[in-house]
Ligand binder design. Structure first.
Ligand code: ADP
Ligand code: MG
Length: 724
């Protein structure tokens, strides 16, 4: 750092690089405040946004490009086009929509040819809307949407169109994601300064080996950054779509670092010594003989893959396998069969599930199927009495429990296995990596089997679960009649309620699910309680149960248990009903405000019914004033019952963040890459990352030194554990 000389003044702007020792030379890790034109005050604001260094600043990529060569008139706009135009603000209004009172902002603008609405469903940053006054000149950059037969913009970029801003000389102007207190104009200027300051360092910026850049036709990193932030004056339409070679390079790199890390982890596992199980299927055969049904082909296939991991690897390695199967595809059976392979070899197995009620459910199933084979099943949950618990723990430690089923109570320190050989985790998206690791530490490199009913599109699986092997159960047991799904509007409510009543009269039960309103737990609770009271008035002759996010886990379990026992005819719920819960007598799922759920979530919820012999129904009720897009999206549920098809559509429509839900951990945030748009680049980056380890398993080659350094920097020394 001592060789750096800083000049934080903003006045003298006509200096050019290469002029002498006072030249501001930047490095990628130079703190951002030392970029010309930034200074301590702006620097602080940027830091709040996670921009600490020159590198962070350069990765503040444009979210769009304004093409001033092709400014458009409002009357010429077509749905689907990405456009920029000059206009004048007519007015700014906001209104609350629906029961949630969610606020929508509307800026109406006009030009000589017409007017158009710019709608915002959230506030980009504090003070954003206060910036715009009637008659103000603005530039609008956004994608034209068709909303109920009228075109409009949703979340366009709105920029002041003052003579000052317009004086920016380029014809193609990058539009940055703005944040409070830093304007686009400032961002543009400081990013250009950063690029200029880095000229001398340009070769050091390159981290990808030459063979990779040649193979995948990737321009050098500095060139790519330059092009992304200062696009060529005669760029074609691929610029707006982020499809230039520069974008491809930067997107590739974002994926590549993630895949390199996943590949290193996978390699680490591949070197770990594991337990070799005997290929003894006698217990499995006995189990299967006692079943009232045939296994599906997909169940058999998944089981064979597991057996190969457990018994056939030479030398033995711990299995790390994810089983993905749609709701109701029979994952539990596959898990039990895997447990029996471990038991036949003299090992214990454990099954961890996210809730007590699921644990009890699995415990009942396992006892029914395994006790006739002379095996002992144990249950460990938080609500066991001290004596029961002590007894279970003692049996476990003596090796007298073959399969232990439980909640996260399993990972407590007091739990000791005699010889744990297989860990099975059900509905894994509810458990963090940390909990997985602690469970693992209870055995000597036990095998791992993870089961999830959330079908994950292939691209996501490559990122979130990129270090696991995957088995897919893509077939439902024979004879299930598909759940009949209907989308309904408010006007259908009377009919819907009559339908529910008719089914309950026949002895069935129904779920009513309400969406979460993320902004406020209080409103949630109020919605649920109000809905509950309304429904009770509609159905005075029935018992209703209520389940919501403010309840304690044991209160929730209590309500679920009573519903399962048939004490309630209707269960009203705000939160997602526990995944995997099986109430075969419930055959109706009513989902209110279905437009607020993701398709995959709707699919999960729908999977709560259709689990018994009764014909089942899913009724998706739309709120007032839903857009055509939202309605069409929900309609997909009428057409498909395939979780994978639905997941792909969901990802396409909503993007990965929304798809997995905000709380989903493990999904890296990409700055430029988009899992849907860039699926092919992801595939390439993954290939490249795995090839690195094929060519150079311990990253010793000189051309891979930068890769080794990056892994260390980003993930610490343990990331090299498998590399040596
Ligand atoms: P999920 O994959 O959602 O966890 P479960 O394992 O809970 O599904 O299975 C759902 C139901 O289907 C259970 O009642 C189970 O006994 C039953 N089942 C599992 N496999 C089959 C099969 N091959 N044929 C018929 N029914 C099956
Ligand atoms: Mg299950």
């Amino acid at each position: 750092m001592s060789s750096l000389k800083f000049d934080t003044s903003t006045k003298n702007s006509n200096r050019s690089p290469g002029r002498g020792p006072d030249l501001l030379t930047l490095k990628v890790d130079t703190p951002v405040q030392f970029v010309r034109g930034v200074g301590p005050k702006l620097g602080e604001r940027l830091k709040d946004k996670g921009v600490w260094t020159v590198q962070d600043l350069l990765e503040w990529y444009p979210r769009a490009y304004e093409d001033r060569r092709a400014a458009r008139s409002i009357d010429s706009l077509q749905p689907g086009e990405l456009v920029s135009l000059r206009a004048e603000v007519i007015g700014v209004t906001s209104f609350a929509m629906g029961k949630s009172r969610r606020k929508i902002w509307d800026i109406v603008v006009r030009d000589g040819t017409g007017k158009i609405h710019c709608k915002y469903f959230r506030v980009p940053y504090k003070g954003y809307f206060e910036r715009f006054q009637p008659n103000q000149k603005v530039r609008v950059i956004g994608r034209v949407l068709n909303y109920r037969g009228r075109i409009e913009f949703h979340h366009p970029d709105l920029q002041d169109d003052t003579p000052e801003t317009y004086a920016d000389d380029d014809v193609i102007v990058p539009i940055y994601p703005e944040t409070e207190g830093v304007t686009n104009r400032q961002l543009r200027k400081m990013i250009q300064e950063a690029l200029t300051g880095l000229v001398a360092e340009r070769d050091q910026l390159e981290l990808l080996p030459a063979w990779m850049r040649t193979r995948y036709e990737l321009p050098p990193r500095y060139e790519a950054l330059l092009q992304a932030h200062r696009p060529h004056k005669d760029s074609g339409p691929e610029l707006a779509e982020f499809k230039t070679p520069a974008h491809r390079r930067l997107i590739f790199e974002e994926f590549f670092w993630l895949e390199l890390w996943l590949a290193s982890r996978k390699q680490e596992v591949a070197r770990e010594a594991g337990i070799k199980m005997r290929r003894d299927l006698s217990l499995v055969d006995a189990l299967v003989r006692n079943l009232a049904f045939e296994l599906t082909g997909a169940q058999k296939r998944a089981f064979q893959e597991i057996v190969a991991d457990l018994c056939d690897r030479d030398p033995a390695r711990p299995m790390h396998r994810l089983v993905q199967g749609d709701v109701g595809s029979g994952k539990t059976m596959v898990a039990l069969m895997a447990a029996l392979v471990a038991v036949a070899s003299g090992y214990q197995a454990t099954l961890m599930v996210p809730t007590e009620i699921l644990a009890e459910q699995h415990d009942q199933t396992a006892r029914r199927l395994l006790e006739p084979l002379g095996l002992k099943v144990g249950l460990l949950t938080g609500s066991l009495k001290a004596r029961e618990r002590a007894q279970a723990l003692a049996l476990l430690e003596r090796g007298e429990i073959h399969l232990l089923i439980g909640t996260h109570a399993l990972i407590e320190d007091a739990v000791h296995f005699k010889n744990l050989g297989l860990v099975i985790i059900d509905e894994q998206h509810r458990f963090g990596v940390e909990q997985r690791a602690r469970l693992k530490s209870k055995g000597q490199s036990p095998h791992f089997l993870i089961m999830t009913a959330t079908p994950i599109p292939r691209t996501l699986a490559m990122t979130v679960y990129g270090d696991l092997d995957v088995s897919v159960i893509d077939e439902l047991p024979k004879g299930r009649s598909p759940i009949q799904t209907r989308v309904g509007f408010e006007s259908h409510r009377g009919k819907m309620l009559e339908f529910v009543r008719a089914q309950i009269t026949k002895g069935r039960q129904a779920y009513f699910v309400y969406p979460l309103v993320a902004e406020s737990e209080k409103i949630d609770l109020k919605n649920a309680v109000t809905a509950f009271e309304d429904l009770q008035k509609q159905f005075p002759e029935y018992q209703l149960g209520l389940l919501h996010g403010r309840m304690k886990p044991d209160e929730k379990d209590q309500v679920m248990r009573r519903f399962r026992a048939g004490e309630f005819q209707i269960l009203v719920s705000t939160t997602v009903i526990e995944v995997g819960v099986d109430v075969p007598n419930a055959n109706i799922m009513v989902i209110e405000h279905a437009e607020r759920f993701g398709l995959s979530q709707l699919h999960q919820l729908r999977g709560r019914v259709g689990r018994g012999e009764h014909k089942s129904y899913c009724l998706l009720m739309l709120g007032y004033a839903v857009s055509e897009e939202a309605r069409d999206r929900v309609k997909i549920m009428e057409e498909s019952t395939d979780g994978f098809v639905i997941a792909e559509r969901d990802l396409e429509i909503r993007g990965p963040g929304e798809f997995l839900g905000a709380r989903q951990s493990g999904l890296p945030g990409f700055k430029l890459a988009n899992l849907v748009r860039d699926a092919r680049i992801l595939q390439m980056a993954r290939e490249a990352a795995f090839e690195v380890f094929e060519r150079d398993p311990s990253l010793r080659l000189k051309e891979h030194a930068s890769l080794r350094r990056e892994l260390l920097r980003a993930h610490g020394p343990t990331s090299l554990a498998g590399i040596g």
